[in-house]
Ligand binder design. Structure first.
Ligand code: ADP
Length: 488
């Protein structure tokens, strides 16, 4: 069954179907309808012959006219003179066709009675298996007293041999056409399907992240593009495979570290510090901190998968973003006190925004958390929240850390992506899983907010997003159309 559905067979089949349709068309017109066309032609010819002879009746060369008309049209012509009862018969040019046995006098009355003075009669010639058309009319100026009567006869069907030649020729053309088109269509089917088959074979290695983009380079433009796309996809698969492997390693590591610590300190409390309140307090605090790290990591992973599966519902409301921002920043108080992180917050007292407050809080938290993690020697993070003149509310977090290399910039928003420069030691050991920014991206895209980052290696980064300002007056339609959406 597979063969009949293969592209090669299907191309061949369609090709043959087109040829069959063309042959059928030719057969119908040339062979089946030919006798009909022939008959039309003959009826026309006989009419014309009659007119020619009638109009030349008094000419000197009337004999020649009759002869030429008879010869060139293969017609049998007889002229009957009622006064004398004589008949003028031309040498039989109608191919054995004869009306000599037809009683001529019988038609005189009919010609007199017919409105046009012309009558047509049809006979069957069994011997020739053909139909004869006879036209009869009068000659001379007066219909009542004509000089004579003219009878012209012609076969209505092509002679048998003509048709036989036609049939034979058609059969010959059919056989040649079928052989030729079969060969051509086989070559054509092979040449068309071959690159597709080649590409399909090559694509079997796609799941392993491999595909040779040159597979379709010598083929049709569309296949060339497809081949390039597949190569791109293979690279993406390979990359995401690598990222996943790295993430598994990272997460296992990130999970194991706090777990080891928790176990070690729990054992310490059991064996050593259980009775010493001060030490016990300190060890318990470490256990609690490590547990927090664990749950925050697990939450991150859960949040992202929920967001990306579209499970997380959005609860859009209008609220004071500045208030919420203060709340988020205060969550970093411990770091401010313990590590001397300097968080500068520049926000108006009341900045309204329309969004899901919980999700937006998460965005802000992740961005600030990254800035704090990757901050520079000045240990400073600058946060700005303001209404722009461009009808938006803009949020920015700036740090003066290492910044991000331009080639890494497009990828930092991807899930599991971490800039893999292990030589760098950050201010704070971060349980980076590479999903913080992809959560940010998912949430901001769900809101349809513009977002982005500008970063310079060695100088620091500014992450930002912009939301429509609910307090801005309604916009002119023309200005709205010109605005671009989402920019990174
Ligand atoms: P992670 O948990 O590793 O921080 P993110 O998704 O939050 O994951 O960030 C992805 C990567 O982007 C990080 O590994 C880091 O290299 C880079 N990055 C994010 N924020 C900053 C920043 N403020 N400064 C420098 N690099 C950053």
């Amino acid at each position: 069954m597979g063969f009949f559905r293969s592209i090669k067979f299907q191309i061949w089949l369609r090709f043959e179907m087109v040829v069959a349709a063309i042959l059928a068309f030719i057969y119908i017109f040339l062979i089946l309808l030919f006798p009909m066309f022939y008959e039309w032609m003959k009826v026309e010819e006989i009419g014309r012959a009659l007119v020619t002879i009638q109009s030349s009746w008094y000419d000197d060369d009337i004999k020649d006219v009759i002869e030429i008309t008879s010869l060139s049209n293969k017609m049998h012509i007889e002229i009957y003179f009622p006064q004398t009862g004589g008949t003028y018969v031309l040498p039989n040019m109608g191919g054995g066709l004869s009306i000599q046995n037809i009683p001529k006098s019988g038609y005189q009355q009919e010609v007199q009675d017919s409105p046009s003075g012309i009558i047509y009669r049809r006979f069957r010639d069994e011997r020739e298996n053909n139909s004869i058309l006879m036209v009869c009319s009068y000659l001379g100026n007066s219909r009542e007293r004509p000089d004579g009567y003219i009878f012209i006869c012609t076969y209505l069907q092509p002679l048998g041999s003509t048709l036989t030649i036609f049939h034979r020729q058609f059969a010959f053309v059919t056989v040649i056409t079928v052989i030729l088109t079969t060969l051509i269509s086989l070559v054509f089917a092979y040449r068309t399907s071959e690159p597709i088959i080649r590409m399909s074979k090559a694509a079997k290695t796609l799941p392993q992240g491999k595909f040779d983009g040159s597979t379709g380079s010598d083929s049709f433009e569309e296949l060339k593009q497809l081949s390039e796309t597949l190569e791109q996809a293979a690279k993406e698969i390979a990359r995401s495979d690598d990222l996943r492997r790295e993430l598994t390693a990272n997460i296992s590591h990130d999970l194991r570290t706090p777990l080891t610590m928790i176990k070690a300190y729990a054992e310490m409390i059991r064996d050593l510090s259980g009775d010493d309140p001060v030490k016990r307090e300190r060890h318990l605090k470490i256990i609690i901190d490590e547990t927090d790290r664990l749950s925050s990591l697990v939450n991150d992973i859960l949040d992202l998968s929920k967001l990306q599966a579209g499970v997380a519902e959005m609860n859009i409301e209008k609220f004071n973003f500045a208030d919420r921002l203060n709340g988020v920043v205060s969550r970093f108080d411990i770091l401010r006190e313990n590590d001397g992180v300097n968080i500068e917050l520049n926000a108006g007292a009341s900045i309204l925004i329309e969004a899901d407050p919980v999700k937006l809080e998460q965005v802000v938290y992740n961005l600030i958390n990254n800035a704090v993690t990757y901050t520079g020697d000045d240990n400073t993070v600058i946060i700005r929240l303001y209404r722009t003149t461009d009808r938006t509310v803009r949020f920015e977090v700036t740090d003066h850390g290492d910044g991000i290399a331009p080639e890494a910039l497009p990828y930092i928003w991807d899930r599991y992506y971490k800039v893999s420069d292990r030589s760098k030691t950050h201010k704070r050991a971060k349980m980076g899983s590479g999903i913080g920014l992809s959560i940010v991206k998912s949430i901001l895209e769900a809101h349809d907010f513009r977002y982005g980052v500008s970063s310079e290696v060695g100088k620091g980064s500014t992450f930002w997003f912009e939301a429509p300002d609910p307090l801005a007056p309604p916009e002119e339609p023309a200005a709205k159309a010109g605005r671009t959406h989402k920019q990174r």
